[in-house]
Design a protein around this ligand. Structure first.
Ligand SMILES: Cc1cc2nc3c(=O)[nH]c(=O)nc-3n(C[C@H](O)[C@H](O)[C@H](O)COP(=O)(O)O)c2cc1C
Length: 241
């Protein structure tokens, strides 16, 4: 497997998020369960995205914030291969209700322009910080894939199942990014919910499932709290559910 390009867990200073209504990046607010003491996925000074085995990777998987990604990023061939990997995603009815659009680095200015025009159409009074926030997210990370949910209506397979498949598809792209030693990040934020932004990539029946960024970690990844296993897993109690 590839050598992991992400850095080891540490304590970097986290930059303050700027425009939270545009992209709600996770914050450093206190976690309900302390990352180093919880029962699930507890990692003490262990590398994230440990590629020594599939199991170790899955138990140490960690995304990066796109703003913390730098070059080198994946090549065109690698990006294509990430999507090829995700083609094996579970997909009831063989509908493949997902597709991917690659946005190259030299297209980021046009992406930013599109974000800003869409935002201003919705919010004519947009302030400077909001516009700068959009500029930033359009330029982050060396690689960007836009995943579209493309539902098939002429089928008895429920839309819900097509949405589930699309989420799994995104997740598999993330795994493929990490498997090649890069870090990935799955972001929605304001642009994913703008019809005008959606129109830049797809048709009226489609939705943006995510902006998947990829690159090399510029800063050490930090642990993120995970739920207590006993809270989310248990044996069926027919009386009490
Ligand atoms: C559908 C979806 C949309 C997301 N959108 C954002 C987002 O806009 N901003 C953000 O900070 N994190 C977002 N996240 C969360 C990150 O992708 C990431 O999962 C989170 O930061 C935790 O990191 P982890 O992947 O290592 O668990 C989103 C996750 C999902 C599944």
């Amino acid at each position: 497997m590839a050598v992991c390009r992400s850095l080891i867990a540490g304590h970097p200073n986290e930059k303050k998020r700027q425009v939270k209504q545009i992209v709600a990046y996770e914050t450093k607010k206190p976690l309900a369960i302390a990352p180093r003491s919880h029962k699930v996925g507890s990692m003490t000074d262990t590398a994230f995205n440990d590629l020594s085995s599939l199991g170790s990777y899955l138990k140490t998987r960690r995304s990066s914030r796109p703003r913390n990604m730098t070059a080198p990023g994946p090549s065109d061939a690698e990006l294509r291969d990430f999507v090829a990997t995700a083609i094996r995603t579970p997909d009831h009815g063989k509908l493949s209700p997902w597709r991917v659009v690659q946005v190259d680095l030299d297209q980021r200015a046009a992406l930013a322009q599109g974000f800003i025009e869409a935002y201003r159409a919705d919010k004519p009074d947009a302030g400077r910080l909001e516009i700068e926030g959009l500029e930033k997210i359009a330029h982050e990370a060396p690689a960007l894939l836009v995943v579209l949910f493309s539902p098939i209506s002429s089928t008895k397979i429920p839309v819900w199942e097509q949405e589930l498949s699309t989420g799994a598809f995104c997740m598999n792209i993330l795994h493929a990014i990490h498997e090649k030693g890069f870090v990935g990040g799955w972001i929605t934020g304001w642009p994913a919910y703008s019809d005008r932004v959606r129109d830049m990539f797809g048709g009226a029946s489609e939705k943006i499932a995510g902006f998947l960024y990829a690159g090399t970690a510029r800063e050490p990844l930090e642990e993120r709290g995970r739920p207590d296993l006993d809270r989310i897993f248990g044996k069926w109690d027919p009386a009490g559910h």
